[in-house]
Design a protein around this ligand. Sequence first.
Ligand code: F6P
Length: 550
Amino acid sequence: MSTPLQSLDIWKQLQKHFGDIHQQHMLDWFQQDKQRFDRFNLTAAGLTLDYSKNRITSETMDLLNQLAKKRNLPEQINALFKGELVNRSEKRPALHTALRNFSDRPIMVDGKDVMPEVRDTMSRMEEFCWKIRRKHWRGYTNKPFTDVVSIGIGGSFLGPKLASSALKPYNDSHINVHYLANIDGSHITEILKHLNPETTLFIVQSKSFGTQETLKNALACRQWFLDNGGVVNDLQKHFAAVSANVEKAVEFGIAEENIFPMWDWVGGRYSLWSAIGLPLAISIGIDNFRNMLRGAHEMDEHFRTAPMEKNMPVIMALLGVWYVNFFNINSQAILPYDHYLRGLPAHLQQLDMESSGKSVGIDGHKVDYHTGPIIWGGVGSNGQHAYHQLLHQGTHFSPSDFILPMRTHNPIDNFHAMLVSNALSQSQALLTGKSKEQALDECLKAGLNKQEAEELAAQKVIPGNRPSNTLYFPKSTPHSVGALIALYEHKVAAQGMLWGINSFDQWGVELGKDMGNNILAALEGEDFNATFDSSTNGLVDAYKTMQDQL
Ligand code: F6P
């Protein structure tokens, strides 16, 4: 990447274009172009993106597409799929797409086709799930498993947890899956207190098999098992693992045949598609799990082959750059209007913020422009009674992605029509707003006198012209959920390509972990020689003092 981003001629054209149009109102564009919805509408892998409620014109999209080509996105996308070392700082490829590669294309890593091993692991997953779901694999008192505890954090937790929730309607097993992540005695207590060690299977999910929270929880679950009737020789019946570090998993006491591989060319936040998805596959069955992979694969092929101007992840990435780098907005709301998809914002927080929360380019130089935004959100319509006030009347706006299955798994009365009407009306209100004249007219009609109406109307004005995407599809199924998650994986990767950052490492999380070890020693140590900053010293002291208080 030779020319610095902001020195590119196309960047300067975009800056000028921004100056020309940023004060125009989308409503006028809708008035002038009756085909706007059709013009800014795209379907891929069963998902449809309505991006007409964005602060863009056709000229905007033309310029943004020129930027994509100038930043060599077609070549960079090709490099990603070919397994080039795109994760430069760790000298690794990023080949989560191989995990769902249903084509007969080989995928080479270090000169070796990894597909045989990927397919072998999938077969092992299928057998593992089959034995548990069919009650062939039983506990130490020969009872079938009733509960699976998935022990993992970050990408070893958020992806499978999201997918388990999203695909709950497809859970046809007798197994209850629990996700244990946090280093908090209350979390593990709340999970174990309902479980029977005779019928509980633990899956330790850790690519490194070195994450403090996961190891601590795994050891505590092991001890709970031994304290409640299990013996060491029975551990192998009740523990499995998914890890790139097989040696450490064996050392923990897990039978090698119960350890599923992860590979260093799959990042944690991109690992749902690997054996990390085992808890999900146990719940919904391997066929539904495969259908989720197929949805992701279909989105992969779209991302890999579609021209920039018809490429959904690229369009979403370019819109993100348009808001971050030209409107100077560092926020992106994810608003799923579906109870089962309520975990999507949390997963996308890690996916996006751990990938794009970078301030140094892949070339090692500090970037002089903003990169990844803050990802937040929550399920609709709940959010309308929590944070939509800011979206409508705040001093800054946050682009919002409405995620909308058009059919529900649970048709009751007109619930779903009401839910959909909420999503569409929120998106419409962000677009139209409410003018001073409309607000004044409303207040006068409510019987207020002129002065009262003037005062209240000022508070009721809603600026509008606030952008949103609506991503819709017929129903939330394994295929559409797979395509949806893959869509955001590729949007994040495309934004990294535009910003020239490494979307696949996460060095920023190391410092806190290292400092934690010293502070833990201070918290637990008898004599504490306050060597930290005064805040940390004071907080360590407060912890010690308050241990004896109620
Ligand atoms: O947050 C840092 C991180 O390394 C994530 O990238 C990863 O998903 C998580 O911790 C868990 O890592 P592991 O799977 O190695 O336990």
